[in-house]
Design a protein around this ligand. Structure first.
Ligand SMILES: [Zn+2]
Length: 438
């Protein structure tokens, strides 16, 4: 009987919360969060292994970490972005209590030539709010044929487990570049130092500040400075710079970054996710930007994974904003003429999940409402009537045919201002992290 009363109470609270949320009267009380979670993180490191034929997942380690900077209300992620999804269920009731989508560098590797001849295993990591009760953790991957998510790994986790590492990690140098309020209601953007020696940490903070300012001079971020807390997290590297494996140059750096990802000289990333997560273990981080101490041109960014760019190249401020578009808002590349290592990155028979490209299979779910009535679809790129207008222009997502972009030029194509579809997607993501209706 008591249990029934509890259930009725829970449903009344949820109904009230839903009503307030739908009507926009007030923030949903953080009923679910306080029932199920503490304001700490459960970090789950896992391996993804496989090749072009398929992939598998396996747990590597669990850690309790001291902060939770994510939302308290927007616990279930309704974006449906990314190649993977984590779902957390309350073990007793089976209720979905948290979810989040993300990409990995490993899934890009799966589309390269190498994945047809080799099998590899890469470490990945996600953080969820720390549970108060037993949970079921489920990791799913998106199938490219039907674009649906299918479970890769499912396991029970008890918050009391002795197999959760609760220890502190290495010291880092944390500088608050901008503090606008409680991390649960702000986007916490972390700049992370890579290839900076101990005597270069002051330069790192100056570099991070410069890129923060570049971001806040770019619309729509310029309208949302008050929605971001910005942190610079310094970790010392032995050497300055980064690897250039294609030229036989290898540096001893904290996060093991390098150019020549998948053989592409300007594609700068690191697959050392464990070192990245170790470096930010005590800082709220909704979005990670790895700042790499070199003057060369390059970068990379994956949704809810990380973005990286170089400190001293003259094009870096725009490269940073472009890569941040990938990692923060799930934006696709709108270019289609540059060299990439991927084969058939998009399935043209399906609608891609990214908000700024379409195959026209399900365009209604994209930016149709931003296209003026009478604009032809597809929109002719050589007709000056549609110059700088929102339309549906062929070419995008590394393909000249079959994929369409919202404007001829955009930050996600050639470092022009963000197009209306990208701007809207960025603002929606900001609202999600600020725990507003999105
Ligand atoms: Zn765009």
């Amino acid at each position: 009987m008591e249990k029934k009363k509890q259930m009725i109470r829970k449903y009344l609270l949820m109904a009230a919360a839903t009503f307030l949320y739908m009507t926009g009267i007030a923030q949903v009380p953080q009923v679910l969060f306080d029932t199920f979670f503490e304001k700490k993180s459960l970090r789950i490191d896992f391996a993804l292994s496989g090749n072009a034929e398929g992939q598998r997942a396996a747990i590597e380690q669990l850690r309790e970490e001291p902060t939770w900077g994510g939302p308290l209300v927007n616990l279930v992620d309704h974006f449906h972005y990314g190649g993977y999804y984590v779902h957390i269920y309350d073990k007793t009731s089976g209720e979905l209590i948290y979810s989040k989508g993300f990409n990995t560098l490993f899934e890009e590797w799966l589309t390269t030539d190498e994945a047809h001849t080799e099998t590899q295993s890469w470490t990945n990591s996600i953080s969820v709010p720390f549970p108060k009760r037993d949970i079921i953790f489920e990791l799913s991957a998106r199938n490219r044929d039907d674009m649906q998510f299918y479970p890769l790994l499912k396991m029970d986790i008890s918050p009391e487990s002795i197999f959760i590492d609760r220890g502190a990690l290495k010291n880092n140098h944390i500088t608050q570049l901008s503090y606008q309020g409680d991390s649960n209601q702000k986007v916490d953007l972390v700049f992370l130092a890579e290839g900076y020696r101990a005597d270069e940490q002051e330069k790192f903070v100056r570099d991070a500040r410069r890129f923060m300012e570049a971001l806040f001079h770019t619309a729509p971020f310029s309208e949302h400075k008050a929605d971001f807390n910005v942190w610079a997290v310094g970790v010392d590297s032995e050497d300055s710079g980064t690897d250039l494996s294609g030229k036989g140059i290898f540096k001893n750096t904290a996060l093991n970054s390098g150019f020549y990802t998948f053989g592409i000289d300007r594609y700068l990333t690191t697959r050392d996710m464990k070192s990245i997560r170790d470096a930010v273990w005590n800082v709220p981080n909704d979005a990670l930007f790895i700042l790499i101490n070199t003057d060369m041109y390059g970068g990379g960014g994956m949704y809810n994974f990380y973005a990286c760019g170089t400190a001293d190249n003259e094009r870096t401020p725009v490269v940073f904003t472009h890569e941040f578009g990938h990692s923060f808002a799930g934006l696709a590349d709108e270019y289609f003429s540059s060299e990439v290592a991927y084969n058939d990155f998009y399935n043209l028979k399906r609608e891609p999940w990214e908000p700024n490209i379409t195959t026209l299979v399900d365009f209604d779910t994209k930016w149709k409402d931003l296209v003026a009535t009478g604009t032809p679809i597809p929109t002719p790129v050589d007709d000056s009537t549609y110059k700088d207008k929102c339309g549906v222009f062929e070419g995008g997502g590394y393909m000249a045919k079959g994929i369409y972009r919202p404007m001829d030029h955009c930050m996600m194509r050639d470092y022009a201002p963000f197009c209306p579809a990208c701007s809207r997607a960025i603002e929606r993501m900001i609202r999600y992290y600020c725990d507003e209706k999105y």
